[in-house]
Design a protein around this ligand. Structure first.
Ligand code: PLP
Length: 402
């Protein structure tokens, strides 16, 4: 087996320098744990950035992949197979929306969503009905359309010109939203809970106003639930917890238990704006990914994992809030279920780095937020371990600063 240094050196020589990885090479996983080259165990609060909701090497997922890989992995979208329609039906039933399109990633699900909104917009109001409204501080992905909607300078810088028809509004600014949406708006795009943006929730009042403004101006309300959707908030779709239904919802991350798959699901009145040939993908919605996604959804339902997300998520929140009460280094806890963040008074990355030595994987975002996106299998005893490590490291930082 290669050493860590050999692995890292090879990447340094041959990969584009886009990632600032942690000094850790992983070889295997089991449940909520991952193992490195020396077989050291790590408790996983990251889930591959919200993907491994069933943890690692889930027996039913492994079995499904084995079986399907031996039969049929890919056919392209020229032909039918058994699983794409079945998965679309399941997602439509769960969301109450009408039709799905399958992509390979989150950013592509956003691209498809805004293409569909443009078609519906043009149909309703001509070429001028093309404008998009998005939120400051949001994150929607790295392709040009998704990047154009991403309200963070650090991601946009260097790639201009982006789509010009985007107006940004502050999250939860009802008046700003009202002023930004007009008859030329074809879509309002937002994450109900900012993920990369630092775990900030949209208020119900704001989401209701987005719904009303979209209806008033015949625009599509698009929710990006790529990070917060599919159970992470404790409801299957985050919007179900907020009581506001979008016209289009984009999902990805956990849907195929680690295989690349994304989707957007639309109400019929928007879905029927698209015709054969206007959008497509070679890989999206293949038999392997779709069958695994059906299995993922079956496991979440049969094992009542959303109950676990709610119960253990509440416990995590309670424990994090206690840290905020007691530690001067922590100021706020945000989020719900298994998408939560603790905002620190100090940089979060050193905490995440040092937690590695303690056998815990955390993640940081927006400089001062330690983010928790654990597998849905996480138990209270795992929360206890994570909290112990977090407290220890915060104490250590305080001492070092004193
Ligand atoms: C809310 C949100 N939208 C879009 C994306 C982009 O998804 P992907 O990285 O699969 O392209 C992400 C990824 O983190 C995300 O969190």
């Amino acid at each position: 087996m290669k050493t860590f240094e050999q692995i890292a050196e090879l990447e340094k020589k041959y990969l584009l320098g886009t990632y600032n990885r942690y000094p850790l090479a992983l070889t295997r996983g089991k449940g909520v744990f991952l193992y490195d080259l020396d077989d050291k165990r790590y408790l996983d609060f990251v889930s591959g950035l919200g993907v491994n909701a069933l943890g690692h090497a889930h027996p039913r997922i492994v079995k499904t992949i084995r079986e399907q890989a031996g039969k049929l992995i890919h056919v392209s979208n020229l032909y039918y197979h058994e699983y794409q329609g079945a998965l679309a039906e399941k997602l439509c039933t769960l969301s109450g929306l009408s039709r799905a399109f399958f992509s390979n990633s989150g950013t592509e699900a956003i691209e498809g969503s805004i293409k569909l909104a443009r078609l519906a917009g043009h149909r309703a109001g001509g070429e001028v009905k093309c404008r998009l409204v998005a939120l400051q501080g949001s994150y929607h992905g790295r392709t040009f359309g998704a990047l154009s909607l991403t309200g963070q300078e650090k991601h946009r810088k260097g790639f201009e010109p982006l789509l010009e028809e985007v107006t940004f509004v502050e999250q939860n600014d009802v008046e700003g939203l009202r002023a930004a949406v007009n008859d030329n708006t074809c879509a309002i795009v937002l994450e109900p809970i900012f993920g990369e943006g630092g775990i900030y929730e949209c208020s119900v009042e704001f989401l209701r106003e987005c719904r009303a403004a979209a209806d008033r101006h015949r625009a599509a309300l698009i929710f990006d639930e790529i990070q917060c959707g599919l159970g992470r908030t404790g409801t299957m779709f985050a919007f179900q917890g907020f009581g506001v239904t979008p016209d289009i919802v984009a999902i990805a991350k956990p849907i195929a238990a680690g295989l690349p798959l994304g989707a957007f699901i639309a109400k019929e009145e928007f879905a029927n704006a698209i015709a054969p040939g206007q959008h497509g993908t070679t890989f999206g919605g293949g038999p392997l990914a779709c069958r695994v996604a059906l299995e993922f959804l079956a496991i979440v339902e049969e094992d009542k994992l959303l109950d676990n997300v709610n119960v253990v998520g509440a416990y995590l929140q309670q424990e994090l809030k206690m840290i905020v009460e007691k530690s001067a280094a922590a100021k706020e806890v945000r989020g719900r279920g298994f998408i939560q963040g603790i905002n620190l008074e100090i940089p979060a990355r050193p905490i995440v780095d040092e937690a590695l030595a303690e056998g815990v994987l955390f993640n940081s975002t927006q400089d001062t937020v330690v983010r928790f996106l654990p597998p849905f299998l996480l138990e209270e005893k795992h929360v206890d371990k994570g909290i112990r490590v977090l407290k220890k490291l915060l104490r250590k930082k305080r001492k070092a600063a004193a």
